[in-house]
Design a protein around this ligand. Structure first.
Ligand SMILES: Cc1cc2nc3c(=O)[nH]c(=O)nc-3n(C[C@H](O)[C@H](O)[C@H](O)COP(=O)(O)OP(=O)(O)OC[C@H]3O[C@@H](n4cnc5c(N)ncnc54)[C@H](O)[C@@H]3O)c2cc1C
Length: 379
């Protein structure tokens, strides 16, 4: 069957699903997307105004070619839609020189010749007085980096997919995905539809939808907190990079696009299990804020320590932090993309295109062996 006539379901039109729907529709597939809410909602892994885009990777330098692929597709989606989905304001990566994540950043930069600057303590204090670093810390400015607007991105990719012929069934929860001879059946409360292939991108609902998944995805509850600077000129001057501190407490932050506050977030180890994704506890207790106050006192004393806004999201983590990308064992027509472990947004156009490759051609030219579900024994 030719790619142009393939019927593909996209289950979950969130971060990955909206991009997959765009790429599939652009490549001539007949696409039907399903979401339990509507594209751009903030009840799962996306939401909270901003996500960091960066070119240097501190987790694993094998992501850099995928980031370059994503980078080109970010530009393409902006061009096709006329929307500013991200802004390249840079990202400061800071942390102990001898920590493995800082070493991976420097390895990514050297291996892939990435546009960057290494800042010593004196230069950092002059250019970015809002941050403190400690003895033995390095600071690297990744220049092809900045912030993405998550809600706008998902809506824009989904709308673009619709313009290209995709149909999106909003407020339509998929209850079951059933492989059948030569295809797959998608069951919702209003009936079932048959497709050649399903791209399954349910985010934090992955265990709910696929209870027999052979890999563990640990769904966590992530708190984002916004703080107003007492020194706004330092945070909202000409340069407004995002930042990531790798250690001893991994954290990150972004000056908000409105120029008023700075959003802070923490790493996986500091997040509680989410429990049932349909019953997410969105109450933030005062004790959950202590780690934020400590970080502000130590590294960003120019932020007022009382948050002006708090939000709670969910994300699925694998043991290795590498996502699950590829067919489900024993069901080659069901392509899973899940467990993005806190770093999927920046890569989402690349993963959407990879989903389209796998759904339409059965393989992808992108270097995905290290994250593929094929032959994977650990998460
Ligand atoms: C607070 C926070 C900060 C982050 N910061 C960054 C960052 O700075 N940079 C970065 O690159 N990444 C970041 N990430 C990670 C990134 O946001 C996620 O990896 C990414 O959003 C995951 O996308 P997804 O498509 O798997 O999930 P989602 O975007 O949650 O999409 C899943 C979709 O599936 C739908 N769905 C679920 N079940 C069903 C069903 N049964 N039927 C129909 N629809 C269903 C949901 O409604 C949802 O729309 C962050 C994550 C969080 C939570």
């Amino acid at each position: 069957m030719s790619a142009a006539r393939k019927r593909v379901a996209v289950v979950g039109v969130g971060t990955m699903g909206s991009q997959a729907a765009w790429r599939l529709a652009a490549r001539g597939a007949e696409v039907v997307g399903y979401d339990r809410y509507a594209p751009g909602h903030d009840r799962s892994a996306a939401g909270g105004e901003t996500r960091i885009f960066r070119s240097a990777h501190f987790e694993d330098s094998r992501y850099v070619p995928l980031l370059k692929h994503a980078d080109a597709l970010w530009e393409q989606l902006q061009e096709e839609t006329g929307r500013e989905l991200r802004r390249l304001t840079g990202c400061l990566l800071m942390g102990p020189t001898d920590h493995h994540q800082m070493a991976t950043v420097l390895q990514s930069i050297a291996e892939h010749d990435l546009d960057h600057e290494v800042l010593d303590a004196e230069l950092l204090a002059k250019r970015f007085p809002q941050y403190r670093i400690e003895d033995g810390d390095a600071a690297v400015l990744d220049r092809r980096a900045g912030f993405i607007r998550p809600e706008l991105t998902i809506q824009t990719a989904a709308r673009r997919a619709e313009q290209l012929g995709a149909v999106i069934r909003r407020y339509s929860t998929v209850r079951e995905i059933v492989p059948v001879a030569g295809g797959v059946e998608i069951r919702t409360d209003s009936g079932s539809e048959r497709f050649d292939t399903a791209v399954v991108t349910p985010g934090p609902w992955v265990n709910d939808l696929l209870p027999d998944l052979p890999w563990e995805v640990d769904v966590r509850r992530l708190v984002s907190a916004w703080y107003v600077p007492t020194t706004p000129e330092a945070w909202f001057g000409e340069e407004r990079p995002a930042f990531i501190r790798t250690a001893p407490t991994h954290c990150y932050g972004l000056p908000s696009p409105d120029g008023i506050s700075v959003k802070l977030g923490l790493s996986r180890a500091l997040h509680q299990p989410a429990g049932d994704p349909n019953q997410l506890d969105r109450t933030v207790r005062p004790e959950e804020l202590e780690v934020f106050s400590d970080l502000i006192g130590r590294y960003m004393p120019g932020l007022h320590p009382d948050p002006t806004r708090l939000s709670v999201y969910m994300e699925g983590y694998t043991e290795s932090s590498r996502p699950l990308v590829g067919p489900l064992p024993g069901a080659e027509n069901v392509i899973l993309l899940a467990g993005f472990s806190g770093h999927g947004f920046k890569l989402s156009p690349a993963f959407g295109n990879i989903a389209a490759d796998l759904a339409l051609d059965g393989t992808s030219p992108q270097p995905i062996d290290f994250i593929s579900t094929l032959g994977r024994t650990e998460a």
